[in-house]
Ligand binder design. Structure first.
Ligand SMILES: *Cc1c(COP(=O)(O)O)cnc(C)c1O
Length: 840
């Protein structure tokens, strides 16, 4: 029995009883979420998916009703006000409360709610005589909470991070009633659910803090108010404000319904409303004011008072449809909680028992509990994967491979540095060192000195299916487990029993035991020590190694087909006309093969002799565009700004003829644009050695030239054929096919595979180059450049072989030429002389 056979619904039923909201979930997906076919979406904690009926009903609503500005008094405005009020009521109802107890202030999201509160809270400064206000927040908080301390400190109040352990360890039973007079307001903030680990913090903390029985409230006199950050919690769990009457609750609606975005709310307990102060006042918030005098009377109603300007009323109307769809499909939050928790629990159990062939566990899961109950754990799991030697595999690699399998996960620290530091054991000092090493929040620098800077997170939504978990688990087993896959049976059984009792699960027939925990699965050749025989092995007979340039390719239009040439001039930005043009969609966004693989079927050819760019594609008329037409470009064509790899570039449009040709072939409105010849884009400074400081780039992503080594291609081919086990379905790829996928400018006959990784300089013919870095690879190399179809190879084999960083080929920049140097031309057949040290 193997791991795949363990990943069955039967096993699921042994670990959790509730699934699918009493419906056939596949039908729900079929009806409401057709767009996720083929995708395993596991990033619901970042944004969940909206059902089609929500959008349909909403569109019908706003296209048949006339909704005016709610601040007017005419009938269309009245309609809007009524619906908005109804939505407020519905929001309160959802959290089991009423307008008598709570008010809803609509904001642009949870973060805006937190900022609003920070700016309205009556912070008292710390003085010689007074301790001042405290702002305490749990270290496991979202950045948007921690950021409130910027406001707090500016007001002279004290911000105090508190670890979860501190709160739990310092509960007091009785408080002295001596400070009824002390009314200094303090604020305590904690997340109902950690967006990092999915841990749910006790909702009873709310009353504990308010009544000063819990640290740190018990240490400081005054009035303690509780800010319960429910943004993550409410996406999959019910929240009953009768049980936990927090004073302030911020939420974002897209985390509950997927739509609308840009709308959230701050729920304010009416008892706490009066302490909030209003400084700025915008339209709709005043009962009266004078222009000539500092006279302002705020609106009596707390919602009116804090909703500056016109609320996003059409989005608020969408919330109504959000609730409708949510309850119609699932029956309510209780069912959603049961369903999503089950998926998380099942995934946790199997992943935590999954082992390499040598018995080493594959995953380090960041959790404090064992996914025992939905009251302590939400539908979020963070982890890092480890190789069989126990070394962490960087999250970027996991992310990249997941993309290849159409599995969408989130990686990094998820805007929660506190939790990240806690679980990854990163000291403040280490965090500073990581920054120095160039790591910033949200990038893909996943390891610094072999230690992780973040993790991988999977999270579930009410429409997530058992099959999603299965796909994810199989993906981990296929891509990251050193075969044979094994399972820690003992642990699995223990996990099942430790918590089975609490769910009333009948443990009747024990599941089949995997004897010895070893299964006979795809015994692929261990690729860690590839045999190098016949792969252009170095001939150590003392003669000089020979490297020769065998191919030159240019890619006139970014992400379109290659043009192979025998010799080609080198311009100031790389090869002349290489990535000089790009195709953008109706929104002006650059198209790439990542999402539009058909681009590779377009074959552009630059004809230097006749000064034209020829465009060809199957089934299309061949057209020709002028290579240079600067004068015309400036008079008749639009200059516009685009982005390439985060860099701003100035471009000019190439006119209607090209636009309609591309739109027809790609089946969507698009335009051809080219780099404005007068614009200079400088290469970003990178850590790489010797990068010329002021290198200019075309519309390429990273660098002027990319070179690959045939010996490395041969090795990858060999690895691919050794991995062929029938399950992949990919055909064996010939060398030319593999070469074309890597989209290099230069192909060289190497001597040893991956020797290029160590090159620092190159001389090709008589042109000198500096190596500026290695080329990181993603699922784009899966696009067969002949057919536009995607395969998992060669990324699979490359990734297995290149543990940690999946790179292939190196970037080159031409060494700063003297102004007197004549124009260079590179030719196929030229001698290539690489050097591992500086040539200077
Ligand atoms: C998402 C989230 C936030 C921030 O919400 P935005 O919608 O980005 O403003 C704050 N806290 C937690 C716990 C979250 O999950």
């Amino acid at each position: 029995m193997d791991f795949t056979k363990l990943c069955t619904f039967e096993t699921f039923q042994q670990v959790w009883r509730h699934y699918g909201h009493g419906r056939d979930l596949r039908e729900v997906v079929e009806e409401e979420f057709t767009r996720i076919k083929g995708i395993t979406y596991l990033d619901h904690a970042a944004a969940t998916l909206y059902p089609e009926s929500l959008i349909r009903d909403y569109c019908k609503d706003i296209s048949s009703n006339v909704y005016g500005n709610p601040h007017s008094l005419n009938p269309s405005s009245k309609l809007t006000s009524d619906v908005v009020e109804r939505v407020r009521y519905r929001v309160l109802q959802h959290f089991n409360t009423t307008p008598e107890e709570y008010s809803v202030i609509f904001t642009s999201g949870c973060t805006a709610s937190l900022k609003l509160l920070a700016e309205s809270f009556p912070w008292r400064p710390q003085t010689e005589n007074e301790a001042g206000s405290r702002f305490c927040f749990l270290t496991d908080s979202h950045t948007s909470v921690v950021g409130m301390r910027g406001v707090t400190s500016a007001c002279g109040a004290v911000a105090l991070p508190v670890s979860p352990q501190e709160v739990e360890n310092k509960a007091k039973d009785d408080i002295k009633g001596e400070d009824i007079i002390c009314q200094t307001p303090h604020l305590f903030c904690y997340p109902a659910q950690s967006n990092f680990s999915g841990r749910k913090y006790p909702l009873s903390h709310v009353k504990g803090i308010q009544t000063r029985r819990l640290y740190p409230a018990c240490d400081h006199h005054g009035r303690w108010l509780v800010l319960l950050d429910a943004a993550s919690h409410v996406s999959c769990s019910p929240l009953n404000l009768q049980d936990c009457p927090a004073d302030f609750i911020p939420i974002s609606f897209y985390k509950m319904f997927g739509f609308p975005t840009g709308l959230g709310a701050l729920l304010v307990h009416n008892n706490a409303a009066s302490i909030l102060k209003k400084t700025y006042f915008g339209g709709g918030t005043a009962a009266a004011y004078l222009v000539g005098e500092d006279y302002y009377v705020h609106a009596a109603n707390i919602s009116d008072r804090f909703e500056d300007g016109t609320v996003s009323f059409l989005d608020i109307i969408a919330v109504n449809h959000g609730f409708e769809a949510l309850y119609r499909i699932t029956g309510g939050m209780h069912s959603i909680q049961q369903h999503t928790f089950g998926l998380a629990r099942y995934t946790y159990m199997l992943l935590s028992c999954l082992c390499h062939g040598n018995g080493q566990p594959v995953a380090q899961i960041y959790t404090e509990g064992q996914f025992a109950s939905p009251t302590t754990q939400g539908a979020i799991m963070s982890f890092n994967l480890k190789d069989s030697g126990g070394q962490i595999i960087g999250y970027s690699q996991v992310d990249r491979m997941a993309s290849l399998f159409n599995i969408h996960v989130r990686t990094g620290c998820f805007c929660n540095t506190g939790a990240c530091q806690f679980f990854l054991g990163l000291s403040d000092q280490q965090m500073r060192r990581n920054l120095q090493a160039g790591h910033v929040c949200g990038d893909n620098m996943d390891l610094v000195d072999g230690r992780p800077t973040g993790s991988v997170r999977v999270s579930f939504g009410y429409m997530s299916t058992f099959e999603d978990c299965q796909k994810f688990l199989k993906f981990v087993a296929d891509c990251f487990v050193e075969k044979p896959v094994t399972v820690d049976q003992e642990r699995l059984e223990k996990l099942k029993t430790t918590t089975a009792a609490s769910q009333g699960l009948k443990r009747n027939t024990p599941i089949e035991i995997i004897h010895g925990g070893v299964c006979k699965e795809e015994q692929i050749e261990k690729p860690t020590e590839p045999s190098l025989e016949g792969l252009g092995h170095r001939e150590s007979n003392g003669t000089e190694e020979i490297h020769r340039l065998t191919n030159i390719y240019i890619y006139p239009i970014k992400s379109c087909g290659a043009q192979e040439v025998d010799n080609w001039p080198v311009g100031p930005l790389g090869f002349l006309y290489d990535r000089c043009w790009m195709v953008v969609n109706g929104n002006g966004v650059c198209l790439s093969q990542k999402r539009t693989p058909r681009l590779c079927l377009i074959s552009p050819q630059v004809r230097l002799s006749s000064n034209e760019l020829i465009l060809q594609a199957a089934g299309m008329d061949t057209i020709s565009l002028p290579l240079e037409n600067t004068a015309q470009m400036h008079s008749s064509c639009q200059v516009s700004q685009s982005k390439v790899c985060g860099d701003r570039v100035e471009t000019v449009d190439c006119g209607e003829k090209a636009a309609s040709w591309f739109s027809e072939f790609l089946g969507q409105p698009c335009r051809l644009i080219r780099l404005n010849p007068e614009f200079t884009r400088n290469m970003k400074k990178r850590g790489a050695s010797g990068a010329a400081p002021s290198t200019s780039l075309s519309l390429v992503n990273e660098a002027q030239f990319l070179i690959i080594n045939r010996a490395s291609v041969t090795l990858i081919q060999k690895l691919m054929s050794s991995r062929q086990d029938g399950s992949e379905g990919d055909e064996l790829l010939d060398a030319q096919n593999v070469i074309s996928r890597f989209r290099a400018n230069l192909v060289v006959t190497g001597v040893e595979p991956f020797e290029e990784d160590n090159w620092s300089h190159l001389i090709i013919g008589d042109t000198r180059f500096v190596v500026t870095g290695q080329c990181g690879r993603c699922q784009m190399v899966g696009v067969d450049q002949e057919t536009g179809l995607r395969t998992k190879e060669p990324l699979m084999s490359l990734s297995v072989y290149r543990k940690g960083k999946v790179t292939f080929g190196v970037y080159l920049t031409r060494e700063q030429a003297e102004s007197s140097t004549p124009a260079h031309v590179l030719s196929v057949g030229s001698l290539v002389r690489p050097d591992m040290q500086s040539l200077k």
